[in-house]
Design a protein around this ligand. Structure first.
Ligand code: GAR
Length: 205
């Protein structure tokens, strides 16, 4: 299965996937790294490992349609079977979601449906968890539908929130869990173990 990884930032989740492919635990091809931000360190990681990069943002195109067609063409060119969002901060166009129904996964650094939705990403999630006084946080890995952070949940896991945490400390605990988990979900999808009925995903990760 060819996986297109979408990343806007540091790409540590992308790196964790690269490492699990290298150790022969994740059986897929990381076919392309797509990003909207030319200075994303994720692109450096891709180049270092010989993974093609595709720098593509809506602002590069005359219209939204032209952008979406180019993005779909790029995904087809790499024979993409699954799109994995790994810290990708742009909304995926509806045409791409429809073309890849239940074949786009996202990793969210919080326990959905709480602490998610438009505007809640990255450290903002962790700050919201701390401000609320929640005692646990965690990760949600889900299929992407047309609403932010809403599609069928494939996997969730938790970490404690400590009294001494700031957003940075909580983020780093959550990120370790992300690195240990995302590849397992992608492997389960690649092995055909995950099915979707309505808004529910079934199958062991
Ligand atoms: C990760 O914590 C990921 O869950 C989060 O951005 C971070 C990216 O880190 N994604 C979102 O908040 C999406 N809603 P990375 O670039 O080091 O993988």
């Amino acid at each position: 299965m060819n996986v297109a990884v979408f990343a806007s930032g540091g790409g540590s989740n992308f790196q964790a996937l690269i490492d699990r492919v290298a150790s022969n635990e994740l059986h897929c091809t990381l076919a392309v790294c797509v990003g909207n931000n030319s200075s994303a360190f994720a692109f450096e990681r891709a180049k270092k490992h010989g993974i093609p990069v595709c720098h593509m943002a809506p602002s590069h195109f005359a219209s939204a349609t032209a952008y979406e067609e180019a993005l779909l063409a790029e995904l087809r060119r790499h024979d993409t079977g699954l799109i994995a969002l790994a810290g990708y901060m742009k909304k995926i166009p509806v045409s791409v979601i429809k073309a890849f129904e239940n074949r786009i996964v996202n990793i969210h650094p919080g326990l959905l449906p709480a602490f998610g939705g438009k505007g809640l990403y990255g450290e903002k999630v962790h700050q919201a968890v701390l401000d609320y006084g929640a005692k646990i946080s965690g990760i949600s890995i889900h299929f992407v539908d047309e609403e932010y952070d809403h599609g069928p949940i494939i996997f969730q896991a938790t970490v404690p929130v400590l009294d001494t945490d700031d957003a940075h400390a909580l983020a780093s605990r959550v990120l370790s869990l992300e690195h240990a988990s995302y590849w397992r979900v992608i492997e389960a999808i690649a092995q055909g173990r995950i099915t979707v009925k309505g808004r529910k995903a079934y199958g062991a990760v």
